[in-house]
Design a protein around this ligand. Structure first.
Ligand code: ZN
Length: 413
Protein backbone atom coordinates (compact mmCIF):
# COMPACT_ATOMS: atom_id res chain seq x y z
CA UNK A 1 0.00 0.00 0.00
CA UNK A 2 1.31 3.38 -1.06
CA UNK A 3 1.62 5.61 2.00
CA UNK A 4 3.96 8.39 0.91
CA UNK A 5 1.50 10.81 -0.54
CA UNK A 6 2.91 14.22 -1.34
CA UNK A 7 0.65 17.22 -1.58
CA UNK A 8 1.14 19.71 -4.41
CA UNK A 9 2.38 22.97 -2.81
CA UNK A 10 1.85 25.07 -5.93
CA UNK A 11 -1.73 23.89 -6.37
CA UNK A 12 -2.43 24.75 -2.72
CA UNK A 13 -0.87 28.20 -3.07
CA UNK A 14 -2.79 28.87 -6.30
CA UNK A 15 -6.07 28.01 -4.56
CA UNK A 16 -5.21 30.29 -1.64
CA UNK A 17 -4.54 33.14 -4.06
CA UNK A 18 -7.55 32.36 -6.24
CA UNK A 19 -10.03 32.39 -3.35
CA UNK A 20 -8.34 35.47 -1.85
CA UNK A 21 -10.05 37.37 -4.69
CA UNK A 22 -13.46 36.70 -3.10
CA UNK A 23 -13.42 39.79 -0.90
CA UNK A 24 -9.82 40.76 -1.71
CA UNK A 25 -8.75 44.16 -0.29
CA UNK A 26 -6.38 46.78 -1.71
CA UNK A 27 -3.88 46.04 1.08
CA UNK A 28 -3.66 42.36 0.14
CA UNK A 29 -6.02 41.01 2.77
CA UNK A 30 -9.55 39.65 2.61
CA UNK A 31 -12.85 41.09 3.75
CA UNK A 32 -15.18 38.11 3.58
CA UNK A 33 -17.77 38.55 6.27
CA UNK A 34 -20.00 35.63 7.18
CA UNK A 35 -22.96 35.08 4.82
CA UNK A 36 -22.02 38.04 2.60
CA UNK A 37 -21.98 37.79 -1.22
CA UNK A 38 -18.24 37.05 -1.01
CA UNK A 39 -18.90 34.24 1.45
CA UNK A 40 -21.44 32.79 -1.00
CA UNK A 41 -18.88 32.98 -3.82
CA UNK A 42 -16.19 31.15 -1.88
CA UNK A 43 -18.71 28.55 -0.70
CA UNK A 44 -19.90 27.93 -4.26
CA UNK A 45 -16.27 27.64 -5.40
CA UNK A 46 -15.41 25.24 -2.56
CA UNK A 47 -18.48 23.07 -3.27
CA UNK A 48 -17.63 22.83 -6.98
CA UNK A 49 -13.98 21.89 -6.23
CA UNK A 50 -15.07 19.14 -3.82
CA UNK A 51 -17.68 17.77 -6.20
CA UNK A 52 -15.05 17.61 -8.93
CA UNK A 53 -13.19 15.16 -6.64
CA UNK A 54 -16.25 12.95 -6.29
CA UNK A 55 -17.22 14.29 -2.88
CA UNK A 56 -20.82 14.61 -1.75
CA UNK A 57 -21.44 18.03 -0.23
CA UNK A 58 -24.16 18.54 2.37
CA UNK A 59 -25.13 21.61 4.38
CA UNK A 60 -26.71 21.70 7.83
CA UNK A 61 -29.30 24.12 9.22
CA UNK A 62 -26.69 26.71 10.23
CA UNK A 63 -24.76 26.57 6.96
CA UNK A 64 -21.91 24.27 8.00
CA UNK A 65 -20.65 22.46 4.87
CA UNK A 66 -19.52 18.82 4.79
CA UNK A 67 -17.73 17.40 1.72
CA UNK A 68 -17.40 13.63 2.09
CA UNK A 69 -15.17 11.35 0.02
CA UNK A 70 -16.18 7.70 0.41
CA UNK A 71 -13.78 5.15 1.86
CA UNK A 72 -13.59 1.38 1.74
CA UNK A 73 -15.93 1.00 4.69
CA UNK A 74 -18.62 3.64 4.59
CA UNK A 75 -20.22 2.39 7.79
CA UNK A 76 -17.35 4.08 9.59
CA UNK A 77 -17.92 7.76 10.43
CA UNK A 78 -15.69 10.06 8.36
CA UNK A 79 -12.34 11.46 9.43
CA UNK A 80 -12.83 15.22 9.23
CA UNK A 81 -10.53 18.12 8.41
CA UNK A 82 -12.17 21.44 9.11
CA UNK A 83 -11.79 25.16 9.61
CA UNK A 84 -13.49 28.31 8.26
CA UNK A 85 -13.65 30.42 5.10
CA UNK A 86 -15.04 33.61 6.65
CA UNK A 87 -12.66 36.42 7.64
CA UNK A 88 -12.43 39.55 9.75
CA UNK A 89 -13.33 42.88 8.04
CA UNK A 90 -9.61 43.50 7.58
CA UNK A 91 -8.59 39.84 7.67
CA UNK A 92 -5.60 38.10 6.17
CA UNK A 93 -5.41 35.38 3.53
CA UNK A 94 -4.65 32.47 5.85
CA UNK A 95 -6.65 32.56 9.09
CA UNK A 96 -9.15 29.72 8.68
CA UNK A 97 -8.75 29.59 4.92
CA UNK A 98 -5.54 27.56 5.14
CA UNK A 99 -7.37 24.94 7.21
CA UNK A 100 -10.07 24.46 4.57
CA UNK A 101 -7.88 24.77 1.48
CA UNK A 102 -5.10 22.69 3.07
CA UNK A 103 -7.78 20.04 3.58
CA UNK A 104 -8.89 20.46 -0.04
CA UNK A 105 -5.28 19.95 -1.16
CA UNK A 106 -5.08 16.80 0.98
CA UNK A 107 -8.32 15.59 -0.61
CA UNK A 108 -7.06 16.40 -4.12
CA UNK A 109 -3.91 14.40 -3.40
CA UNK A 110 -5.91 11.36 -2.26
CA UNK A 111 -8.06 11.66 -5.37
CA UNK A 112 -5.18 12.14 -7.78
CA UNK A 113 -3.29 9.16 -6.37
CA UNK A 114 -6.42 7.02 -6.26
CA UNK A 115 -5.71 6.35 -2.59
CA UNK A 116 -8.53 4.52 -0.89
CA UNK A 117 -8.94 5.19 2.80
CA UNK A 118 -10.61 2.78 5.20
CA UNK A 119 -13.03 5.38 6.52
CA UNK A 120 -14.56 8.18 4.48
CA UNK A 121 -12.63 11.45 4.67
CA UNK A 122 -14.32 14.83 4.74
CA UNK A 123 -13.73 18.55 4.72
CA UNK A 124 -15.82 20.85 6.90
CA UNK A 125 -16.32 24.58 6.43
CA UNK A 126 -17.70 25.94 9.72
CA UNK A 127 -19.99 28.98 9.41
CA UNK A 128 -19.13 32.22 11.20
CA UNK A 129 -15.99 31.38 13.11
CA UNK A 130 -14.92 35.01 13.28
CA UNK A 131 -18.06 36.44 14.85
CA UNK A 132 -17.25 39.90 13.54
CA UNK A 133 -20.49 40.33 11.57
CA UNK A 134 -22.64 38.13 13.81
CA UNK A 135 -21.33 37.87 17.38
CA UNK A 136 -20.36 35.60 19.08
CA UNK A 137 -17.42 33.88 17.42
CA UNK A 138 -17.45 30.14 16.60
CA UNK A 139 -21.20 30.39 16.32
CA UNK A 140 -22.07 27.46 14.05
CA UNK A 141 -19.49 25.03 15.43
CA UNK A 142 -20.98 26.02 18.79
CA UNK A 143 -24.46 25.09 17.56
CA UNK A 144 -23.06 21.83 16.20
CA UNK A 145 -21.56 21.06 19.62
CA UNK A 146 -24.76 21.98 21.48
CA UNK A 147 -23.33 25.12 23.09
CA UNK A 148 -25.93 27.32 21.32
CA UNK A 149 -29.35 26.48 19.87
CA UNK A 150 -30.01 26.97 16.14
CA UNK A 151 -32.58 29.64 17.03
CA UNK A 152 -29.98 31.54 19.01
CA UNK A 153 -27.80 31.58 15.89
CA UNK A 154 -30.72 32.56 13.63
CA UNK A 155 -31.58 35.55 15.81
CA UNK A 156 -28.08 37.06 15.76
CA UNK A 157 -28.17 40.47 14.07
CA UNK A 158 -25.43 42.35 12.27
CA UNK A 159 -24.98 46.11 12.78
CA UNK A 160 -27.56 46.86 10.09
CA UNK A 161 -30.13 44.75 11.94
CA UNK A 162 -30.04 41.93 9.35
CA UNK A 163 -30.42 38.47 10.86
CA UNK A 164 -28.16 35.46 10.47
CA UNK A 165 -31.17 33.43 9.36
CA UNK A 166 -32.21 35.85 6.62
CA UNK A 167 -28.68 36.05 5.25
CA UNK A 168 -28.24 32.28 5.41
CA UNK A 169 -31.42 31.87 3.33
CA UNK A 170 -30.52 34.70 0.97
CA UNK A 171 -27.21 33.11 -0.04
CA UNK A 172 -28.82 29.66 -0.27
CA UNK A 173 -26.91 27.94 2.52
CA UNK A 174 -29.63 27.10 5.01
CA UNK A 175 -29.50 23.32 4.81
CA UNK A 176 -32.02 20.85 6.11
CA UNK A 177 -29.78 18.59 8.19
CA UNK A 178 -29.97 19.17 11.95
CA UNK A 179 -26.79 20.74 13.30
CA UNK A 180 -24.88 18.07 15.20
CA UNK A 181 -26.60 15.19 13.41
CA UNK A 182 -23.69 14.75 11.00
CA UNK A 183 -21.24 12.37 12.70
CA UNK A 184 -17.50 12.13 12.28
CA UNK A 185 -14.99 10.12 14.26
CA UNK A 186 -12.20 12.69 14.45
CA UNK A 187 -11.45 16.23 13.38
CA UNK A 188 -8.08 17.75 12.53
CA UNK A 189 -7.94 21.54 12.17
CA UNK A 190 -4.95 23.07 10.43
CA UNK A 191 -4.53 26.75 11.33
CA UNK A 192 -1.94 29.50 11.44
CA UNK A 193 -0.57 29.99 14.94
CA UNK A 194 -1.69 33.66 15.26
CA UNK A 195 1.13 34.03 17.80
CA UNK A 196 4.92 34.42 17.68
CA UNK A 197 6.25 31.17 19.19
CA UNK A 198 6.86 28.96 16.13
CA UNK A 199 8.54 31.75 14.20
CA UNK A 200 10.65 32.70 17.21
CA UNK A 201 11.81 29.11 17.67
CA UNK A 202 12.16 28.46 13.93
CA UNK A 203 9.87 25.46 14.25
CA UNK A 204 7.59 24.50 11.38
CA UNK A 205 4.83 22.57 13.10
CA UNK A 206 2.91 23.26 16.30
CA UNK A 207 1.30 20.12 17.69
CA UNK A 208 -1.63 21.61 19.56
CA UNK A 209 -2.56 19.78 22.74
CA UNK A 210 -5.44 22.02 23.78
CA UNK A 211 -6.86 25.48 24.15
CA UNK A 212 -6.17 27.45 27.29
CA UNK A 213 -8.94 28.23 29.77
CA UNK A 214 -10.01 31.82 30.10
CA UNK A 215 -11.66 33.87 32.87
CA UNK A 216 -12.71 37.51 32.76
CA UNK A 217 -13.39 39.78 35.73
CA UNK A 218 -14.46 43.35 36.37
CA UNK A 219 -13.25 45.31 39.38
CA UNK A 220 -14.35 48.66 40.77
CA UNK A 221 -12.16 50.26 43.45
CA UNK A 222 -13.71 53.06 45.48
CA UNK A 223 -11.84 55.66 47.52
CA UNK A 224 -12.59 59.35 47.78
CA UNK A 225 -12.23 62.27 45.38
CA UNK A 226 -10.08 64.92 47.09
CA UNK A 227 -8.09 68.05 46.33
CA UNK A 228 -4.55 67.13 45.27
CA UNK A 229 -3.12 70.25 46.89
CA UNK A 230 -5.03 70.34 50.14
CA UNK A 231 -5.17 66.61 51.00
CA UNK A 232 -2.01 65.35 52.77
CA UNK A 233 -0.61 62.01 51.63
CA UNK A 234 -1.54 60.19 54.83
CA UNK A 235 -5.24 61.11 54.51
CA UNK A 236 -5.79 60.01 50.93
CA UNK A 237 -8.02 57.23 49.62
CA UNK A 238 -6.46 56.99 46.17
CA UNK A 239 -8.36 54.43 44.09
CA UNK A 240 -5.95 54.68 41.16
CA UNK A 241 -2.99 53.89 43.37
CA UNK A 242 -4.88 50.85 44.67
CA UNK A 243 -5.61 49.77 41.10
CA UNK A 244 -1.94 50.25 40.20
CA UNK A 245 -0.90 47.85 42.96
CA UNK A 246 -3.41 45.30 41.68
CA UNK A 247 -2.16 45.71 38.10
CA UNK A 248 1.36 44.90 39.37
CA UNK A 249 -0.02 41.91 41.28
CA UNK A 250 -1.88 40.62 38.19
CA UNK A 251 1.29 40.81 36.13
CA UNK A 252 3.20 38.95 38.84
CA UNK A 253 0.54 36.19 38.81
CA UNK A 254 1.01 35.80 35.05
CA UNK A 255 4.80 35.78 35.40
CA UNK A 256 4.63 33.17 38.15
CA UNK A 257 2.27 30.78 36.37
CA UNK A 258 3.70 30.74 32.84
CA UNK A 259 2.66 29.62 30.26
CA UNK A 260 -0.38 31.21 31.89
CA UNK A 261 -1.02 34.87 31.15
CA UNK A 262 -2.66 37.61 33.20
CA UNK A 263 -3.63 41.04 31.92
CA UNK A 264 -5.36 44.26 32.90
CA UNK A 265 -6.27 45.70 29.50
CA UNK A 266 -8.96 48.28 30.24
CA UNK A 267 -9.03 50.93 32.93
CA UNK A 268 -11.32 53.89 33.64
CA UNK A 269 -10.16 56.44 36.15
CA UNK A 270 -12.64 58.84 37.74
CA UNK A 271 -12.87 61.76 37.69
CA UNK A 272 -9.64 61.69 35.64
CA UNK A 273 -8.68 65.21 36.49
CA UNK A 274 -5.13 66.41 37.11
CA UNK A 275 -5.91 68.06 40.44
CA UNK A 276 -8.24 65.46 41.93
CA UNK A 277 -7.06 62.42 43.90
CA UNK A 278 -8.92 59.65 41.97
CA UNK A 279 -11.97 58.44 43.89
CA UNK A 280 -13.04 55.54 41.68
CA UNK A 281 -11.37 53.19 39.22
CA UNK A 282 -12.88 50.47 37.07
CA UNK A 283 -10.67 47.87 35.40
CA UNK A 284 -10.87 44.45 33.75
CA UNK A 285 -8.80 41.36 34.43
CA UNK A 286 -8.14 38.55 31.92
CA UNK A 287 -6.59 35.33 33.30
CA UNK A 288 -5.68 32.37 31.05
CA UNK A 289 -3.99 29.03 31.56
CA UNK A 290 -4.03 25.64 29.80
CA UNK A 291 -4.76 23.87 33.08
CA UNK A 292 -8.04 24.57 34.89
CA UNK A 293 -6.51 23.78 38.28
CA UNK A 294 -3.75 26.34 37.84
CA UNK A 295 -6.32 28.84 36.56
CA UNK A 296 -8.19 28.24 39.80
CA UNK A 297 -5.01 29.05 41.75
CA UNK A 298 -4.48 32.20 39.67
CA UNK A 299 -8.02 33.30 40.49
CA UNK A 300 -7.44 32.73 44.22
CA UNK A 301 -4.18 34.69 44.10
CA UNK A 302 -5.90 37.55 42.27
CA UNK A 303 -8.63 37.71 44.92
CA UNK A 304 -6.06 37.49 47.72
CA UNK A 305 -4.15 40.38 46.14
CA UNK A 306 -7.29 42.55 46.20
CA UNK A 307 -7.86 41.77 49.86
CA UNK A 308 -4.23 42.28 50.81
CA UNK A 309 -3.76 45.57 49.00
CA UNK A 310 -6.97 47.56 49.08
CA UNK A 311 -8.52 47.58 52.60
CA UNK A 312 -5.24 48.74 54.23
CA UNK A 313 -5.36 51.68 51.80
CA UNK A 314 -8.89 52.48 53.06
CA UNK A 315 -10.27 51.47 49.67
CA UNK A 316 -13.43 49.48 49.07
CA UNK A 317 -13.80 47.22 46.05
CA UNK A 318 -16.26 45.09 44.13
CA UNK A 319 -15.08 42.20 42.01
CA UNK A 320 -17.19 40.13 39.62
CA UNK A 321 -16.30 37.20 37.36
CA UNK A 322 -18.19 37.91 34.13
CA UNK A 323 -17.10 35.15 31.74
CA UNK A 324 -15.49 31.73 31.81
CA UNK A 325 -14.28 29.49 29.01
CA UNK A 326 -12.93 26.18 30.30
CA UNK A 327 -9.57 24.80 29.14
CA UNK A 328 -9.83 22.23 26.34
CA UNK A 329 -7.64 19.15 26.10
CA UNK A 330 -7.36 17.61 22.64
CA UNK A 331 -7.51 13.87 21.94
CA UNK A 332 -4.16 12.14 22.73
CA UNK A 333 -4.56 9.59 19.92
CA UNK A 334 -5.02 12.37 17.34
CA UNK A 335 -2.10 14.34 18.78
CA UNK A 336 0.01 11.22 18.22
CA UNK A 337 -1.13 11.07 14.60
CA UNK A 338 -0.06 14.69 14.08
CA UNK A 339 3.36 13.99 15.62
CA UNK A 340 3.71 10.93 13.44
CA UNK A 341 2.72 13.01 10.41
CA UNK A 342 5.19 15.80 11.14
CA UNK A 343 7.95 13.32 11.84
CA UNK A 344 7.30 11.48 8.59
CA UNK A 345 7.48 14.73 6.64
CA UNK A 346 10.72 15.63 8.46
CA UNK A 347 9.57 18.86 10.06
CA UNK A 348 10.70 20.28 13.40
CA UNK A 349 7.75 20.37 15.79
CA UNK A 350 6.83 21.36 19.31
CA UNK A 351 3.80 20.77 21.45
CA UNK A 352 1.86 23.89 22.31
CA UNK A 353 -1.46 25.19 23.58
CA UNK A 354 -3.64 27.51 21.56
CA UNK A 355 -3.93 30.99 23.00
CA UNK A 356 -6.93 31.81 20.79
CA UNK A 357 -10.35 30.21 20.43
CA UNK A 358 -11.08 27.99 17.41
CA UNK A 359 -13.92 25.84 16.05
CA UNK A 360 -11.90 22.86 17.29
CA UNK A 361 -12.39 24.03 20.88
CA UNK A 362 -16.15 23.49 20.62
CA UNK A 363 -15.92 20.39 18.45
CA UNK A 364 -13.67 18.77 21.08
CA UNK A 365 -16.79 18.56 23.28
CA UNK A 366 -18.51 16.17 20.85
CA UNK A 367 -15.74 14.36 18.94
CA UNK A 368 -12.03 13.58 19.25
CA UNK A 369 -10.31 16.69 17.93
CA UNK A 370 -6.90 18.27 17.57
CA UNK A 371 -5.12 21.08 15.71
CA UNK A 372 -1.96 21.65 13.70
CA UNK A 373 -0.29 25.08 13.72
CA UNK A 374 2.10 26.61 11.22
CA UNK A 375 3.98 29.90 11.76
CA UNK A 376 2.73 33.31 10.70
CA UNK A 377 5.09 36.22 10.20
CA UNK A 378 5.56 38.30 13.33
CA UNK A 379 2.75 36.36 14.98
CA UNK A 380 0.43 38.77 13.15
CA UNK A 381 -3.20 37.80 12.48
CA UNK A 382 -6.61 39.47 12.12
CA UNK A 383 -4.65 41.85 9.94
CA UNK A 384 -4.44 42.33 6.16
CA UNK A 385 -0.67 41.93 6.39
CA UNK A 386 -1.04 38.42 7.88
CA UNK A 387 1.56 36.27 6.15
CA UNK A 388 2.36 32.58 6.06
CA UNK A 389 4.88 31.46 3.44
CA UNK A 390 4.46 29.09 0.51
CA UNK A 391 6.57 26.48 2.34
CA UNK A 392 4.74 26.88 5.64
CA UNK A 393 1.34 26.45 3.98
CA UNK A 394 2.62 23.36 2.18
CA UNK A 395 4.08 21.92 5.39
CA UNK A 396 0.78 22.34 7.19
CA UNK A 397 -1.22 20.63 4.44
CA UNK A 398 1.29 17.78 4.24
CA UNK A 399 1.17 17.14 7.99
CA UNK A 400 -2.63 17.33 7.88
CA UNK A 401 -2.75 14.68 5.16
CA UNK A 402 -0.17 12.51 6.93
CA UNK A 403 -2.10 12.71 10.20
CA UNK A 404 -5.37 11.74 8.53
CA UNK A 405 -3.72 8.80 6.77
CA UNK A 406 -2.09 7.66 10.01
CA UNK A 407 -5.41 7.82 11.84
CA UNK A 408 -7.06 5.91 9.01
CA UNK A 409 -4.27 3.31 8.99
CA UNK A 410 -4.83 2.66 12.69
CA UNK A 411 -8.49 1.89 11.96
CA UNK A 412 -7.41 -1.12 9.95
CA UNK A 413 -5.59 -2.38 13.08
ZN1 ZN B 1 -9.38 31.22 12.47
Amino acid sequence: MLTNLNINPQRLWDSLMETAKFGGTAKGGIKRLTLSDEDKKVRDWFKAQCEALGCTVSVDEVGNMFAVRPGRNNDLPPIAMGSHLDTQPTGGKFDGVLGVLGALEAMRTLHEQGYETNAPVEIINWTNEEGSRFAPAMLASGVFAGVFTPDYAYERLDRDGISFKDELERIGYRGTEKAGAHKFQAMFELHIEQGPILEDEKTMIGVVTGVQGMRWYEVTVTGQDAHTGATPMYLRKNALLGAARIIEAIDAIGQKHQPGVATVGLIENKPNSRNVVPGEVFFTVDLRHPDEEVLEVMEREFRAALEAALPPMKLAYEEKRIWISPAVKFAPELIECVEHGADKAGFAMRRMVSGAGHDAAYIARVAPTTMIFVPCEGGLSHNEAESTSFDECAAGAQVLLNAVIEHDRRLAG
